[in-house]
Design a protein around this ligand. Structure first.
Ligand code: E4P
Length: 312
């Protein structure tokens, strides 16, 4: 399991700059009582399915949602109008908490226009902009499309969640462009690593170990041997990415929020909290189990049994 070697003073200073998540309440005399978890990380549901989201929201487990085209398809959307209907409904349900709505257009002008369209679905909408990958879909695309769109939305006062972040510099460029959130995908990084890695390589100092660093064969192979500058085990790659971004953002007092995404299991939740994530966006199937533990089950059974002695 990922264990950070340190938490820098800069990290604590940055937390002081971040928004209060759980509001204070007043006592009978009107004096404010500070919420004990005022600066807690926020937890979002990574879902577009209302039946999954609503019980989590009503139970105060979540205070935000992230959606994407795959989640909308899973929720039953078969057309753009249906997708917009679902997104609007989720914005209304969660108001005033943030709901991330992802752009499907791929060209700068179309993306900016679509961002305005999605912004109108709710005043709590956040526009999700992929950081890169544009040339993977269209070889002739501008590689800086995402960064340019983030900047233009920042200038218009539209909040952006930059998605598909897999390294620290992508996160830095998104923040520089004006993103409110960055979403590092720790689960997909781990998935990729387990499929592609040559785990016996010695620790390196970059995201990938490059088989042929001059690319003389023209087919340079990348292997995730030791992923991030801080080095460490393959299984911790995703959490170390969060830790790296948290450290860099703290070093430069960047208040773009680190929204850890793409969770595969419960342990990764703890790892991301240790690593310094500001927000976790978690599938409903994992959130459903956060109050559970086998020893809690065992303990409850024993307490319930013993309570029978009181005649209740
Ligand atoms: C986050 O915003 C993404 O929608 C999500 O976490 C992606 O997760 P996946 O890798 O499970 O698709």
């Amino acid at each position: 399991m990922f264990t950070p070697h340190f938490s820098s003073a800069a990290m604590f200073d940055r937390k002081g700059l971040m928004p209060v998540v759980n509001a204070d309440r007043a006592d009978k005399l009107g004096n404010p009582i500070r919420h004990p978890a005022a600066k807690a990380p926020r937890i979002f549901a990574d879902s577009a399915t209302r039946s999954e989201i609503e019980p989590l929201f009503r139970a105060n487990i979540i205070n935000g949602i992230t959606t994407n085209p795959s989640l909308l398809k899973k929720a039953g959307a078969k057309s753009w109008d249906q997708a917009k209907g679902i997104m609007k409904d989720l914005c209304t349900l969660l108001r005033p908490h943030p709901v991330s709505l992802e752009l499907t257009e791929l060209v700068e002008e179309d993306m900016v226009r679509q961002a305005s369209e999605l912004s109108e679905l709710g005043d709590n909408s956040v526009i999700k902009v992929p950081i890169g990958g544009y040339r993977a879909v269209n070889a002739g695309a501008d590689p800086f499309t995402g960064i340019k769109v983030i900047r233009r939305l920042w200038e218009r006062g539209i909040k952006v969640n930059t998605t598909l972040i897999f390294n620290t510099t992508q996160a830095l460029w998104a923040a520089n462009a004006g993103a409110t959130y960055v979403s590092p995908f720790l689960g997909r990084l781990a998935d990729y690593g387990y499929k592609q890695d040559k785990p016996e390589r010695k620790p390196g100092n970059s995201l990938y170990w490059v088989e042929d660093h001059k690319n003389t064969k023209g087919d340079q192979a990348l292997h995730n041997s030791e992923y991030v500058a801080s080095g460490g085990a393959l299984k911790d790659a995703g959490a170390r990415l969060i830790f790296e971004i948290a450290t860099v953002f703290a070093n430069y007092q960047i208040t773009t929020e680190i929204l850890a995404a793409s969770f595969r299991n419960q342990v990764q939740l703890t790892e991301c909290l240790l690593a310094g994530a500001d927000i976790l966006t978690v599938p409903a199937s994992i959130l459903a189990t956060v109050a559970d533990h086998p020893l809690s089950d065992e303990g409850m059974k024993a307490f319930a049994e013993d309570a029978k002695a009181f005649g209740k």
